[in-house]
Ligand binder design. Structure first.
Ligand code: FAD
Length: 447
C-alpha cells in the first residue's frame, strides 16, 4: 500500500526547503521532500572558504513571507548562540558555509525532509503521481520539483571532462592538483571570479604556474545591486514580467544580465588588488593573463598529447588566439534540462520553444492531466518569471505562492512590494500611503 501524500517535493535545496518550512505550520498538509544527497549540502564542489552569499539574510527560506517563522536565519543565529556576535560583525554578508549550516539546521527540524533518497521515475495513474525513489514509492496529489540547475558544459568541451578539464561546480574537488600548473579559467561570472580569487591567493609551493582568465563578456563586470534594480527581484515585478510576451521577456533578460550574473563588487576589488600586488609588490609572481571578449571555440590536446591547447575567438575582431593549459576550469554557468525522472510524463508537459516547461503564474506547469494534480517547477522559470527565479531572493515568496495554490487559501497574503509602478493598470490604481499603525498581516491570515 502506497503512502498517499498531498505534496511530494523532489529535491531539498533552498527552493523546496522553503516550501517545507512554510508548509510545516499549516499542519493539515501531508508532505515529503526527497533529496538524493546523503545529507544537506549546498554546492559542496564550490564551497570555497572565502565565498559569501550574494543576497541579504532577510532573503532566507521564510522571512520575506513570514518573519515570525521559527525557521528564520535570525532564529538560527539566536538558537546557535551567535546572534549578538553576528550583530557586531557589521557586515551584511554571510559566508556560504554558514548559509549551508542554516539550511541543515532547518532540515534537521523537519521530519518531512528525507535525505539519501533519489527520485528515479514519476508516472501518473489517473488520480495521483506515483513517485519511485531509491527508498520506496509514494503517491502524491501534487509535485514540487526543485532539483536545481545542471552545470552547463560548452560543446567544445563535451567528452573531454576529467581530472584536468572540469566544471567550476567541481573545482573544490581538484584543489590539491593545481600547484605549479598552468590554469585557464573560462567564464566571467561570479563562479569564474571566485575560482580566480582562490587561485590568486595560493602562494609559495601551492601557487599555480600561470593563470589565464577568459570570458566572452566585454569585461569583468560588477553585479548591479542598486535599490531600483533590486526591485526586479520583487513579487510585483515578477507578476508584471510573467504577463509579457515571450519575445519581450527574452529582450529584458538580456538587458538585465548584470543584475543577476555580474560579479560582486567586493570580489572584483579583491581580485584587482591581488593582481596589482602580484605584478608590483609580491616577490613570488605568477604569470597572469586576462582575456575579456574571447569565446572558446576549440579545445584539443597539446603537443605530444600533454596538456591542452585552447582556441579563443575575439568577439570584436574575429581574430583567433590560442593558449596552452594544464588545467581548464569551465565556469560556464548552469542550465535546466527536464529531469530524467520526468521522461515518462515528458510528452504531456507543455514546453516553451527552448524546451523549458511552460509555467503559469503560480509556477505550475501546463500539462495534459487533471487540473487537480499540479506539478510545480521551482527554479526553472527564468524565461517566464524573470531573473529572480534562479536566485534565492524570492524562494520564500515562490514557496508561499505554491502553498496558496495547493491549499486554495491565501495563507500567505501577497502585499504590494515595489516602489515602481510596472504596468499601466498598477499606475491607475491608487496606492494610498499606509498608516504606520495598520497591521497588514493580521494574525488571522497566518497559517
Ligand atoms: C555556487 C552557487 C552559488 C550561488 N549563490 C547564490 C547566492 O549567493 N545568492 C543567490 O541568490 N543565488 C545563488 N545561487 C543561485 C541559486 O540560489 C542556487 O542555485 C540555489 O541553490 C537554488 O536552489 P534549488 O533548491 O532550486 O536547487 P539546488 O540548491 O541545486 O538543490 C537541488 C537539490 O535537488 C536534489 N536533487 C536533484 N535531483 C534529484 C533527484 N532525482 N532526486 C532527489 N533529489 C534530487 C539535489 O541533491 C539538491 O540537493 C548560487 C548558485 C550556485 C551554483
Amino acid at each position: 500500500m502506497l503512502e498517499h501524500l498531498d505534496l511530494v517535493g523532489i529535491g531539498a535545496g533552498p527552493s523546496n526547503l522553503s516550501v517545507a518550512a512554510l508548509s510545516a505550520p499549516i499542519g493539515r498538509l501531508r508532505c515529503k521532500f526527497l533529496d538524493r544527497q546523503p545529507t544537506q549540502r549546498w554546492y559542496p564542489g564550490l564551497m570555497l572558504s572565502a565565498a559569501v552569499l550574494q543576497v541579504s539574510h532577510l532573503k532566507d527560506l521564510v522571512t520575506l513571507v513570514d518573519p515570525t517563522s521559527r525557521y528564520t536565519f535570525l532564529n538560527f543565529l539566536a538558537r546557535t548562540g551567535r546572534l549578538h556576535r553576528f550583530a557586531s560583525l557589521h557586515t551584511p554578508l554571510i559566508a556560504r558555509r554558514e548559509y549551508e549550516s542554516y539550511l541543515r539546521w532547518v532540515s534537521d527540524q523537519l521530519d518531512e525532509v528525507q535525505f539519501g533518497c533519489a527520485v528515479e521515475e514519476v508516472t501518473f495513474d489517473g488520480q495521483a503521481f506515483r513517485v519511485e525513489s531509491t527508498r520506496g514509492a509514494y503517491a502524491a496529489q501534487h509535485l514540487s520539483i526543485g532539483v536545481g540547475p545542471r552545470p552547463y558544459v560548452p560543446e567544445v568541451a563535451t567528452g573531454k571532462l576529467g581530472e584536468d578539464v572540469f566544471h567550476s561546480s567541481d573545482f573544490g574537488y581538484h584543489t590539491d592538483s593545481l600547484a605549479g600548473r598552468d590554469v585557464v579559467v573560462v567564464g566571467g561570472g561570479q563562479s569564474g571570479a571566485e575560482v580566480v580569487e582562490h587561485l590568486l591567493q595560493l602562494s609559495g609551493r601551492d601557487a599555480v604556474g600561470s593563470l589565464t582568465w577568459a570570458s566572452r563578456r566585454i569585461g569583468f563586470q560588477p553585479l548591479d545591486e542598486s535599490p531600483f534594480t533590486n526591485e526586479w527581484f520583487h513579487p510585483d515585478y515578477v507578476r508584471y514580467f510573467h504577463g509579457l510576451s515571450q519575445s519581450r521577456r527574452s529582450q529584458l533578460l538580456d538587458a538585465q544580465q548584470l543584475a543577476s550574473d555580474g560579479i560582486s563588487k567586493g570580489l572584483l576589488e579583491s581580485i584587482y588588488r591581488r593582481l596589482y600586488h602580484n605584478d608590483f609588490v609580491d616577490s613570488d609572481r605568477i604569470r597572469t593573463t586576462l582575456l575579456p571578449g574571447r569565446e572558446v571555440t576549440g579545445l584539443c590536446r597539446g603537443p605530444g598529447g600533454r596538456g591542452w591547447r585552447m582556441s579563443l575567438t575575439h568577439i570584436d575582431t574575429g581574430e583567433i588566439d590560442s593558449v596552452g593549459a594544464d588545467i581548464v576550469v569551465l565556469a560556464t554557468g548552469y542550465h535546466f534540462p527536464l529531469p530524467e525522472f520526468l521522461h515518462p510524463l515528458g510528452g504531456r508537459i507543455a514546453r516553451t520553444n527552448c524546451g523549458l516547461p511552460q509555467l503559469a503564474a503560480d509556477y505550475s506547469v501546463s500539462w495534459a492531466g487533471p487540473a487537480g494534480n499540479k506539478m510545480f517547477f521551482l527554479n526553472a522559470g527564468k524565461l517566464s518569471h524573470g531573473i529572480a527565479d534562479p536566485n534565492l531572493s524570492l524562494a520564500s515568496w515562490r514557496a508561499a505562492t505554491v502553498l496558496n495554490t495547493i491549499t486554495e487559501t491565501p495563507l500567505y497574503p501577497d502585499l504590494r512590494s515595489s516602489t515602481c509602478s510596472w504596468d499601466v493598470a498598477d499606475r491607475a490604481a491608487t496606492h494610498p500611503p499606509v498608516d504606520s499603525g495598520v497591521d497588514l498581516l493580521t494574525e488571522s491570515s497566518r497559517p
